[in-house]
Structures are given as structure tokens and as C-alpha cells.
Design a protein around this ligand. Sequence first.
Ligand SMILES: NC(=O)c1ccc[n+]([C@@H]2O[C@H](COP(=O)([O-])OP(=O)(O)OC[C@H]3O[C@@H](n4cnc5c(N)ncnc54)[C@H](O)[C@@H]3O)[C@@H](O)[C@H]2O)c1
Length: 258
Amino acid sequence: MSRFAGKRALVLGVANKRSIAWAIAKRLADEGAELAFTFQGERIESSVRNLAGTVGSKLVTACDVRSDEDVARVFQEVGEVWDGGLDLLVHSVAFAAAEDLEGRFTDTPRDRFWMAVDISAYSLVATARAAEPLLAARGGGSIVTMTYLGGERAVPHYNVMGVAKATLDASVKYLAWDLGEKSIRVNAVSAGPVRTLAARSIAGFTEMERMFEERAPLRRHIDAGDVATAAAYLLSDEAKNVTGTTLYVDAGYHAMGM
Ligand SMILES: NC(=O)c1ccc[n+]([C@@H]2O[C@H](COP(=O)([O-])OP(=O)(O)OC[C@H]3O[C@@H](n4cnc5c(N)ncnc54)[C@H](O)[C@@H]3O)[C@@H](O)[C@H]2O)c1
């Protein structure tokens, strides 16, 4: 398939080969997209550069989404390699301090509360704003972010990350309204548990996986490839009239009350 032939995609959030962002990037590349990547921190730079090399990436550049300067520089670099145009933005970034993903949400200190919201939710607003002129230059585009049910219901241990996801979910809707007049779509994929670096920092993740398998209507786990399939749909022209929505890739878990 070449649904993405001639499309240019910027992917934020690859840390290693297990990252959901990497599964999405691979899918886009397999279907013809040109890719650019950002990475956060020197520790993962070589891993991201190696992965990006396997899909012939146009650009690999550092970006800490807490930094307005980094965000501005990234989109300037993207504009330079792609003549001022971008079609697709994949936002697959989240962070909360490990100590806030165990114990009580009630005890979350102010600074770490805002840090989680800044990195995991405001970053979508900042990057969407920076991407807007590049996407508009191509006559529109598609933005996809990654969310989780813990933003809608209380999931023990997910804590402040749930609050950040609630902020992210609302941001998707407001961005969809603002950017829709330029034919820029904004959607989220809500994934069930996938074993990644970020997931490992959640205390009780194994318990979450166990309950998921028992309670999800399909009674099985999902993997990053399933998330990539859904994200690719939302990024593709097949979803040209889909915006401001959340697509659940969770074996049906979100539909259950118990
Ligand atoms: N793994 C799951 O079970 C699951 C389920 C639902 C949603 N998600 C979401 O999927 C997204 C991707 O997570 P993942 O599971 O692939 O884990 P991951 O650890 O592979 O990806 C998280 C990424 O966020 C990046 N990041 C963290 N702080 C950053 C900062 N300040 N600036 C820029 N980048 C920063 C990391 O470098 C990493 O690449 C996250 O939004 C996560 O909440 C994951």
C-alpha cells in the first residue's frame, strides 16, 4: 500500500524500538511517507538515529518539548528540509515523575503536577501551533496524539498522568476546532497497555495488564502494531472527515463498567 506516498511526517516520541511512535513511524514509512524525528536527551540519541536511518529519515533533531526554543527550532528545521511544508504530525510524548506514578495522587506536589501536564499535554498545543503554518502550506494535514483511559476514569497508580491525559483529551477537541478551518485534523488514539519504557515506570503495570486481559471484551492484549494501524488510519486521507475524536485500541476495555 502507498497511502502515504509523497507525505511528509514529523514524529515526536521515539525512544527505542518498543516505542509506540516507532511502530507508527515504521507503518508510515512502509506506506511511502518521508520521515523526520525528534529525540529527547543524549541518552537516546544514538538509538533514535539508528532507527531513523533504517527508514531513510530526512531529519533527526533534539527536542525537549518543555522548551519553546527547541520547538521553534525543530519546526524551522522541518521547514528547511521540506520547503516549508509538512503533512503529518505524530505526538507520542508523555512524562511524569516515577514517584508520582505510585502511592496517592493526593500527594502530588505542585511542581511535578505542572511538569506532567506541560510535557504530556501542553506539548501538543505548542507543537500544533508551530506546525500550523507548515501544514496549512500543504493545504491541510493531520495530527495524532496518544492518550489513555486514565484521563477519563481513575486508574490506580496512573495518578497525575491521568490528569495530564484529561488535559490532552480536551486540547485535542479545542485544537480540532481552531485548526479545522485550515483542513488540519487533530485526533487521539487511546491505547490499552503496551510494554514500553514509559509504561514500565507505572507501578502496578503488570497488574493493569492482568486485569486488562481478564476484563477486556476481546480478552487479549494489544500491541504497538495495533496502535500504529489506528494512527495510520487517522493520519490518512481515508479519515478526511474525522477530527476531534478518540479511537480506542484497547480490545474494548473502555466499554466495560466492571
Ligand atoms: N505504553 C502504553 O501502555 C500506553 C498506553 C496508552 C497511551 N500511551 C501513550 O503513548 C505515548 C508514547 O509512550 P510509549 O508507551 O511509546 O513510551 P516511550 O517511553 O517509548 O515514549 C515516550 C516518549 O516521550 C518522550 N519524552 C518524555 N519527556 C519528553 C520531553 N520533555 N520532551 C520530548 N520528549 C519527551 C520520551 O523521550 C519518549 O520518546 C505516551 O503519550 C503514552 O502516555 C502509552
